[in-house]
Design a protein around this ligand. Structure first.
Ligand code: 4AD
Ligand code: MG
Length: 431
């Protein structure tokens, strides 16, 4: 099957070509009938004219159903009025399959229905736009680290222990004699990797048996996690800022049609330039107090508080030094103020919440052992992690950027479920 793709159609002006694709809709007026064909790279209007188009195709036209798969042959013609700037004057239509009545029509559908049909819903222009932007976000993030001299180091998915707290662990049987857990984060393995390769990152799926049905929580989500040897909190905060700036820049540069399709206010994204505001947890508390929503010291921010804080800025904001109590066991406490951790969260603007979490790691083997015991984590499962501190421990730091939250923010989505091809939520495992 030799054919051309719609995205490259401009190179074939005046020539006869065949396009393989799916019919999205059609309409007729008098002797002329139109069908819209999409092939995954774009859409083109194919025009049949009675008397000019092969009679077989003209007879076939009324039978064509939405999403039927077709091979359409015709002449490419430049036409200012046609969507995309070109149309195809049809000479022949070959039906690969006549689709059954398609469940998704241009009329409004409820979200539950669309989610049940996610395998088909991803064909819609809006979902295609989101998925293309997701592709660009992941690519741009990976390219950023590659250009900064990082080595990609894949973390395991099946792990012997928890990383981000035992309450959100997915457990599975491992050959009847042991338990395995789906990884909550590749971080601990990246720490070992940083001691081998200096600067490493992983990018893969992570799992949280999160019993929360919010617009920000998935049970399976993707994270990109850099880890750097001989680095402290300040270095990692700059790295996080650089990453987000690079990702936004690439999306703005290459995904203008998709952002337009999503009706995204691009001016808001254009503001995302260095430097980002950097505040401490204590300063964030002051913002909440001034907004009439005070918290007591030691409490974590909920979605509402995060929105109040982020609304203060038109760029992402970095918040550092949270109370150690509310952060994970591996964080290093500030030597100048032991009640706070050398950690950082980045909140996206416009109320999209936390997109990055990370910080400097505890590098002292004795203190780390105490923290593991305090968190009531099984010592055997962490023996290797302590080894990383026993043989040439160095200050090191890293973070994780949540891909779906980032895509959700960039696309201006109401819910994170649209930012991943097949979302896994507390109440959704299908399709
Ligand atoms: O803040 P978190 O839990 O940090 C970690 O997992 C660290 N071990 C990362 C590291 O330092 N290497 O998660 C990091 C980010 C969050 O900021 C958020 O963007 C995303 O991962 N995230 C989720 N995204 C969707 N659904 C969930 N349930 C998420 N939980 C975290
Ligand atoms: Mg976090």
């Amino acid at each position: 099957m030799s054919s051309v793709s719609i995205s490259a159609i401009g190179q074939y002006d005046g020539q006869d070509v065949t396009i393989y694709g799916w019919m999205t809709h059609k309409r007729s007026s008098g002797r002329i009938s139109f069908l819209m064909l999409r092939d995954g790279t774009g859409s083109i209007q194919a025009t049949c004219v009675q008397g000019e188009t092969d009679q077989h195709a003209v007879d076939l036209y009324p039978k064509l159903t939405q999403e039927s798969s077709l091979a359409v042959t015709g002449t490419v013609r430049r036409d200012e009025r046609a969507p995309g700037g070109y149309e195809l004057l049809v000479s022949r239509i070959e039906v690969l399959q006549l689709a059954e009545t398609y469940p998704i029509s241009p009329k409004e559908h409820g979200v539950g229905f669309l989610m049940d049909h996610r395998h088909l819903w991803i064909r819609s222009p809006r979902q295609q736009a989101i998925l293309r932007i997701r592709h660009t976000v992941i690519n741009a993030a990976r390219r950023f680290f590659d250009d900064e001299g990082f080595t990609l180091l894949d973390a395991p998915i099946l792990t012997p222990s928890s990383c981000e707290g035992t309450t959100t662990l997915f457990e599975t049987d491992y050959f009847g004699d042991r338990k395995a857990f789906l990884s909550q984060s590749g971080q601990l393995y990246m720490e070992a990797g940083a001691m081998a390769l200096g600067k490493v990152y992983c990018c893969g799926p992570t799992f949280r048996a999160e019993k929360s049905k919010t617009r920000r929580h998935l049970t399976e989500f993707w994270m990109i996690e850099p880890e750097v040897a001989f680095a402290d909190l300040d270095i990692i905060m700059k790295l996080a800022e650089g990453l987000v700036v690079a990702v936004i820049k690439e999306v703005l540069k290459t995904r203008e049609p998709e952002l337009y399709q999503l009706e995204r206010d691009v001016a808001k994204l254009e503001k995302v330039e260095s430097p980002f505001p950097v505040i401490s947890y204590d300063e964030a508390m002051k913002i909440l107090e001034d907004a009439g929503e005070p918290l007591s010291w030691g409490e974590d921010f909920g979605a509402g508080q995060e929105t109040i804080i982020s609304n203060h800025f038109d760029k992402p904001v970095l918040i550092h030094r949270y109370p150690a109590e509310i952060k994970a066991f591996y964080m290093k406490n500030d030597p100048d103020r032991s009640e706070v951790a050398l950690c950082v969260d980045m909140l996206a603007p416009e109320g999209y919440g936390e997109i990055i979490g990370g910080g400097q790691r505890e590098d002292d083997p004795t203190i780390l052992k105490e923290k593991i015991d305090e968190a009531e984590l099984p010592a055997e499962a962490f023996a290797w992690y302590l080894d990383v501190r026993r043989y040439g421990s160095v200050p090191h730091a890293g973070f994780g950027l949540g891909i779906e939250r980032t895509v959700g923010w960039i696309c201006g989505l109401e819910h994170v479920r649209e930012s991943i091809p097949f979302p896994r939520l507390m109440d959704r495992l299908y399709p």
